[in-house]
Design a protein around this ligand. Structure first.
Ligand code: GDP
Length: 451
């Protein structure tokens, strides 16, 4: 295994900048660059110690340096590792990296340190994936979710389902040894109960993933409605500043205006659109066409209505067009009195607002959390971290469903066993215990250099 190195801090001005070296020659490489003020070699230092000295690129001084020493297996990668820290400036840190590369290390690929931690058995694949999740966390709940992954809470849950499947597979193998004996009814019921348990656990994991993805990636949310109902004012209320121009002249917003805002813990990728109505204005019509396209690709529509006036034809047309879309009806302008009511919206979640007075914000936060499923999550929820993990869980669930169907349609117990073995394979792929090189490479390719 070659010794690798990379800059592990962001490039730019900062307190310190660090180069990590990891691999069998990490200490020898570091000793070629770093000179301790007391002459002590890194190779002779104990693990978890820090040495102070200077780094050199050939004979040329790079900077004063602190060297942190980690001895295998007690390091992030599980290998001998050294972290050299100098003052945090782009040039000086790059110069340090050049020195380390000239001293015999190879530049690490994106995610290669974490990949080595995985290959050396320090962490499983879900924990490795959570490292990027922590780096890209954007809210308390998202961070907590990623920490749960990293700490192994998800691995434990997956492990429990996996063990259940291993037990099932073993029981079935035992029955197969006595093919002539009929299985007692109670045993069959037992098998079925175990399969149903695995099914419901997987189902919950998959449902939580969808809500977790909302916290991580946000939702494309389109503000739609006829002109003058308060769409731009709502956009501004949510943005906290005047993002869209507000006038009482209908047709002011002609193009789609985008803005990402945090609504509670959820990043909303907001799109304020042109008012939907019949228009003779060519430019406005282009805006209306874009608004409709935007609605078609939305994950959530905030359909805005002027609550102080009875619903009109355009309002009803908007509601009709949103039949298959996730939506919240915003009954706006409550400060002017409301003549429309929840009853007019046929079971759709409604929120009453006065965008002008910034009223109704908290209710909207709750409604969005409810509709996106994030209200079901609590800080300790077990959530799968990546689409890859979710797809493995879905495949395992598919195999378990097939096992149940096979059982209920009276096929031999062997046939059920085949489905369970298949489900087990998917679970092992999820944790990375049985995974192809292609998948592993694909996982780490998404990482940044230095992680
Ligand atoms: P849009 O065409 O749907 O984007 O509507 P605007 O946000 O541009 O608002 C149209 C007019 O309604 C402006 O004069 C706003 O000040 C006013 N307006 C928007 N929301 C409210 C509200 O909650 N209460 C009252 N009284 N007026 C509002």
């Amino acid at each position: 295994m070659k010794t690798i190195a990379a800059i592990i801090t962001p490039l730019g001005m900062g307190g310190i900048g660090t180069v990590r070296i990891s691999g069998p020659d990490a200490f020898a490489v570091a000793d070629r660059v770093f000179k301790n003020q007391n002459g002590k070699k890194i190779a002779d230092a104990k693990g978890y110690t820090a040495l102070f000295g200077k780094s050199y690129n050939n004979e040329s001084l790079v900077d004063e340096t602190v060297a942190l020493v980690f001895k295998e297996p007690k390091s992030f990668t599980g290998e001998d590792s050294v972290e050299l820290s100098v003052h945090g400036g782009s040039f000086v840190v790059k110069e340090l990296l050049n020195a380390v590369l000239s001293a015999g290390a190879r530049l690490a690929e994106p995610g290669e340190f974490t990949k080595r931690a995985f290959l050396n058995g320090k962490i499983d694949l879900t924990q490795a994936e959570s490292v990027m999740g922590i780096i890209t966390a954007n809210s308390h709940q998202d961070l907590k979710m990623q920490q749960n992954l990293k700490e192994g809470a998800v691995s434990k849950k997956i492990g429990a389902i996996k063990n259940e499947l291993i037990l099932l597979a073993a029981n079935i193998a035992a029955y197969s040894d006595y093919p002539d004996e009929d299985l007692p009814e109670t045993r069959i019921e037992n098998l079925e109960a175990q399969l149903k348990f695995a099914k419901s656990e997987l189902h919950n994991l998959i449902a939580n993933y969808n809500a977790g993805a909302v916290l991580k990636e946000g939702i494309k949310t389109v503000i739609a409605g006829k002109p003058n109902v308060g769409k731009s004012t709502l956009m501004n209320m949510l943005s906290g500043y005047e993002r869209s121009i507000v006038t009482d002249i209908p047709g002011t917003t002609r193009d789609v205006i985008e803005q990402t805002v945090m609504l509670g813990e959820i990043p909303l990728k907001l799109y304020d659109t042109a008012g939907l109505h019949e228009s003779d204005d060519t430019v406005e019509n282009v805006g209306i066409k874009r608004a409709k396209e935007c609605i078609d690709s939305a994950q959530l529509v905030l359909a805005v209505f002027d609550g102080s006036k009875p619903l009109e034809k355009e309002d009803k047309e908007l509601l009709d067009s949103l039949k298959d879309v996730s939506k919240i009806a915003i009954i706006n302008k409550t400060d002017m009195g409301t003549v429309v009511d929840e009853k007019d919206f046929d079971g759709i979640i409604c929120v009453k607002t006065s965008a002008k007075l910034s009223e109704g914000y908290d209710k909207l936060v709750k409604a969005v959390a409810k509709i996106s499923g994030t209200d079901r999550l609590n800080p300790d929820s077990i959530i799968l971290g990546t689409l890859r993990q979710k797809e493995c869980a879905q495949d395992a669930l598919g195999s378990i469903n097939l096992a149940l169907d096979t059982m209920q349609s009276g096929f031999t117990i062997d046939a059920v066993g085949v489905c369970i073995d298949e489900a087990l394979e998917y679970m092992l792929a999820l944790t990375g215990e049985r995974v192809t090189n292609e998948v592993t490479n694909e996982v780490f390719r998404r990482f940044c250099v230095g992680k």
